[in-house]
Design a protein around this ligand. Structure first.
Ligand SMILES: [Zn+2]
Length: 57
């Protein structure tokens, strides 16, 4: 079985065997997420921060 990881922001398929994309892992809020690129990891983190700010209000 092949394991594909999907980018949590754009849903791009990332293969761990063929390193077309380097898998970027972030843990916003303690939950591990995988992304196709650093930019998407940063963007997701930013969105996550904004969402948690909203819920605090
Ligand atoms: Zn992406």
């Amino acid at each position: 079985m092949k394991s594909f990881i999907k980018c949590d922001l754009c849903n791009a398929e990332i293969s761990e065997e063929k390193c077309v994309f380097a898998v970027h892992r972030r843990t916003p809020g303690g939950e591990e997420r995988c992304f196709c690129c650093e930019r998407h990891a940063d963007e997701f983190e930013r969105k996550h921060e904004n969402e948690s700010e909203k819920t605090e209000r």
